[in-house]
Design a protein. Structure first.
Length: 427
């Protein structure tokens, strides 16, 4: 007991009880505290299996690139990728075999040097007799795969087929595979340097978490990238220091002048958080073109004859929407002993609107047809409407042409939500 009492982080109470203070062993490397233990022979014999298990589990966390996490880190503060890798470390520790592991983009947000550790962990799962299936875009992951299944040929309605399947060599030789062409393509040329900027956003003596009195300059009107291995402080620097400080300055004045020629009016964070949590939110409502579409339908001759206004074509307002499903296109089916499920509304057949509203058409398309169209299809339909067309072109340019206009926002991935936020800023 005396040897433990002498260690930082331990205290012995009056009754002889031993307590450990977690704050003393929050280290960048999980196993650091365990390796510092210096025990007497009897205590070492008792603690040996516990210490061995601690070291092994800390090593598994390090193997999947999570050595930077502190042991008191709250689970709800972890990113999606970090949570997935924590679960992966748990599976490595279990040493199970005969299991099918499914992972969705485990390398997202990882520095290339961290990828090697993660891929080694996945290979270890396979070597233990498990089947590993990964959804991934990362080149290094595909290069180590035993089998690649290339889906396509496009996204949304143009996808759903297997374009190519086989080894890396098979994929690169398949002329129909966009993935194969990308894997074969040479590295893009390095862009020529731009002229030296005049103004900079400067951070002086930035100190937070693991940031150590940093002095940083971000060039204005330039494209800057902050990179580094996992846990190196990238997010802290940009989202915890730079962004809050600029927002704090903008509370004092409407426009912030940087140097002689740069003026900042807003700070916008375009992250991967959801853009809507209910089926009533759609990409079109978020980027603002749903209002333009409803106004366009209200201006049609059939609408004027019937006295329809723009609100008639909203599935969130009484009048034009289906009264049975309240414009959702589906009704909640309660199950006695199973989770509730949604089934298509029998009254409107999933179209969200009543039959009178659907009689009004633009170029042969009802408002329901428009919401069921993809962005690419809508771009052709609204080519004569500049405001709507511009936004749809931006969505296509950002690779969102396969989304349907009426798709529920809560079904979008983080990357899709992030790109839609970017569209709303660019339009």
């Amino acid at each position: 007991m005396a040897s433990l009492r002498a260690l930082p982080g331990f205290a012995v109470g009056p009754s002889g009880t031993l307590s450990a203070h977690p704050g003393a062993w929050h280290r960048p490397t999980h196993g650091h505290w365990v390796k510092q233990l210096s025990l007497e022979k009897r205590d070492a014999t008792i603690a040996e299996p516990i210490i061995r298990e601690l070291e092994q589990r800390c090593r598994f966390l390090s193997d999947v690139g999570l050595n930077y996490l502190t042991l008191d880190r709250a689970g709800n503060t972890l990113s999606g990728g970090e949570s997935q890798r924590v679960r992966l470390a748990s599976q490595l520790a279990s040493e199970l075999c005969g299991v099918l592991y499914v992972l969705d983009e485990p390398t997202i947000g990882l520095h290339p040097s961290d990828n090697e550790q993660l891929l080694a962990a996945l290979n270890r799962l396979r070597s233990n007799g498990n089947t590993v299936v990964v959804v991934e875009h990362d080149r290094a992951t595909m290069e180590q795969a035993d089998l690649i299944i290339d889906m396509g040929p496009g996204g949304g309605k143009t996808g759903g087929s297997i374009v190519a399947m086989g080894t890396l060599s098979d994929i690169t030789k398949n002329s129909n595979s966009l993935t194969g062409r990308w894997l074969n393509s040479p590295a893009p040329p390095v862009r020529a340097e731009r002229d030296y900027p005049d103004d900079f956003i400067e951070l002086k003596s930035a100190t937070m978490h693991n940031l150590q009195d940093l002095n940083v300059r971000f060039p204005c009107a330039r494209f800057s990238v902050v990179t580094g291995v996992s846990g190196s402080g990238k997010t802290t620097l940009v989202r915890k220091v730079l962004e809050p400080q600029l927002k704090q300055q903008l509370k004092k004045k409407k426009t912030l002048q940087i140097g002689n020629n740069t003026f900042i009016k807003r700070v916008v964070e375009v992250d991967q958080s959801p853009i809507g949590r209910t089926p009533r939110s759609t990409p079109t409502t978020y980027v603002g073109i749903m209002s333009d579409i409803r106004k366009l339908f209200a201006q049609l001759p059939d609408s004027k004859v019937r006295g329809y206004t723009a609100s008639r074509f909203s599935f969130n307002v009484k009048g034009g929407r289906c009264d049975t499903c309240n414009g959702q296109g589906a009704v909640n089916l309660e199950m006695a002993f199973l989770p509730n499920t949604f089934v298509p509304c029998e009254t409107c057949s999933g179209h969200r609107y009543n039959s009178e509203t659907l009689r009004v058409t633009y170029r042969g398309h009802s408002i329901a047809d428009v919401l069921e169209a993809t962005v690419d299809e809508a771009l052709t339909l609204f080519e004569a409407q500049p405001r709507i067309r511009k936004t749809l072109e931006l969505m296509t340019d950002l690779g969102l042409g396969y989304l349907t206009l009426g798709q529920a926002s809560n079904t979008l991935s983080g990357g899709e939500a992030q790109r839609i936020k970017l569209v709303s800023e660019l339009r």
